[in-house]
Design a protein around this ligand. Structure first.
Ligand code: GDP
Ligand code: IMO
Ligand code: MG
Length: 456
């Protein structure tokens, strides 16, 4: 494969243009399958990616940072991933951290070393890092904490960030003062000067910020050298993967649609695009190379941090979902807020992402309930609204219209195929499918890899 166009390529291109032909799969190359969160995060994306990664050649992260926490259980061993793509478990595939990700280097190596001790050997040899990815510095994390305190002091509430420096690092990126992996591995004198300027810029905004610049630079140099063998031109690497021999490429979304900086419940969101566009911009994948887009949704809803949550249940049912579902954040250890499945948000996520199919996880958590509710519409002043409100004050005020289903009161954790599920659970699943208008391809009934019913 070559990057230069041959006369034959031009001829084919001109012929296609002349005949108005839609480009075929062969012309466009391989397609990337994308897995995205359809709610407020922690839907079980890691588990779905792990399942698909068993056959993938390349598993990529395209956005976010170590604010993500993906749990994968294989052979009774539980792995937590924050920056590493969950596919890193598969020793036959390569994992790629794309340009859209923000990387905290100490966090990356700590995570790798921790998983190495659990038996994840050779991860550094299977990991590729884009040279265009931005770096999260320790001071970005400190600033994240300062900003949260300031929000609390001035507005009486904060966002409830993970304090992993995500917002401040993406702010540096957007204000064009950020530093990337290619800068760290280039002229270190130049990097050091730009790093000092960036620190000063932040200190002028946050006078309480203390940074030991020399110590930071010493550590960054060491991390840079450890990272160097993994670093590639991410765009060219992806181009080769898309246009070389047939390959299965998987993109693992982090965070989720309702946390998306553009489409989420702003300002109670993260700082990246966690919807399908993030797969293109965060990896350099042309839209024509996007194949199936799978949305992941729990059979109920959870949210970590602050912000409107129309179907939240601040009652015994919410507590039951929290305890049975072990709804505790992987990254921060915070209890997740719990409520009924909100199909308004999943449909909204589908409007943006165009899901090919859905993975419905944690059905088993509902096994003991007498009655299960599903939010199907929002009403304002007694009238149904067809859209998802942009304004958080409006979202706080919506009244949720529910459908109520009888519980199946049966243990589903041993179900491995559709027919193993009780009829009432099947009805629940079919209702969700019809309401969203997207087929459900997988149903999760437990934590481990085999606890996933494949429907087609
Ligand atoms: P992610 O951030 O979307 O990858 O999700 P997390 O890993 O943060 O949270 C999902 C949690 O639910 C993890 O602890 C998973 O092991 C667990 N999980 C995923 N699918 C299922 C399922 O179908 N049933 C049960 N009981 N647990 C599941
Ligand atoms: P995964 O990939 C759940 C939430 C935080 C906070 C807000 C902003 O595991 O689904 P940030 O640190 O990103 O600036 O925090 O976004 N948040 C998540 N909640 N799962 C996640 O990722 C999240 N990533 C960010 O709790 O409310
Ligand atoms: Mg998570």
């Amino acid at each position: 494969m070559s990057l230069t166009w041959s006369a034959k390529d031009h001829k084919n291109m001109n012929q296609a243009a002349a005949t108005g032909h839609k480009r075929s799969r062969n012309d466009t190359g391989n397609k990337a399958t994308v897995v995205l969160g359809a709610q407020w995060g922690d839907e079980g994306k890691g588990k779905v990616v792990d399942l698909l990664a068993t056959e993938a050649d390349l598993v990529c992260r395209c956005q976010g940072g170590n604010n993500a926490g993906h749990t994968v259980v294989v052979d009774g061993k539980e792995y937590d991933f924050h920056l590493l793509p969950s596919g890193i478990i598969n020793t036959k595939s390569i994992s790629l951290i794309g340009n859209g990700v923000v990387i905290h280097l100490p966090g990356l190596f700590e995570e790798g070393d921790k998983n190495d001790k659990k038996g994840l050997k050779g991860w550094e040899k299977r990991l590729i890092v884009s040279d265009r990815a931005h770096i999260v510095f320790d001071f970005h994390q400190v600033v994240d904490g300062i900003q949260e305190n300031e929000r609390q002091a001035t507005e009486g509430k904060n966002i409830g960030t993970t304090k992993k420096g995500i917002g401040p690092a993406y702010s540096s990126k957007a204000s064009r003062t950020g530093l990337r992996v290619c800068d760290l591995l280039g002229d270190f004198k130049d990097f050091s000067m730009r790093f000092k300027n960036l620190v000063h810029q932040h200190q002028s905004m946050y006078p309480s910020l203390k940074v030991d610049v020399d110590d930071q630079l010493k550590k960054l140099k060491e991390y840079g050298e450890r990272l160097r063998p993994m670093v590639r031109d991410g765009v060219y690497y992806m181009y080769e993967a898309l246009h070389g021999s047939p390959k299965k490429i998987l993109v693992e979304g982090a965070n989720a649609a309702l946390l998306d900086i553009d489409f989420g419940t702003y300002p109670f969101v993260t700082s990246s695009n966690c919807t399908v566009g993030g797969a293109c911009t965060g990896l350099g994948i042309p839209p024509l190379n996007i194949g199936d887009v799978y949305g992941v949704s729990k059979a109920y809803t959870t949210r970590v941090g602050i912000g409107a949550f129309p179907t939240e249940q601040l009652n015994a049912e919410g507590e039951l979902l929290q305890t049975r579902g072990h709804e505790v954040g992987v990254t921060t250890g915070r209890k997740r807020r719990c409520g009924w499945l909100d199909l308004v948000i999943v449909r909204y996520a589908h409007m943006i992402n165009g899901f090919s199919a859905i993975a419905l996880t944690k059905l088993d958590i509902l096994d003991v309930l007498d009655e299960i509710k599903v939010g199907v519409a929002y009403k304002l002043n007694g009238k149904r609204i067809p859209h998802f409100p942009a304004n958080m004050d409006v979202l706080q005020k919506v009244e949720v219209e529910y459908e109520t289903f009888p519980g199946w009161k049966t243990d589903t954790s041993a179900a491995r195929k559709w027919n193993d599920l009780p009829a009432k659970a099947q009805n629940y699943i079919r209702f969700i499918e019809n309401h969203i208008g997207v087929p459900i391809k997988w149903v999760g009934v437990g934590k481990s890899r085999e606890c996933m019913i494949q429907m087609f």
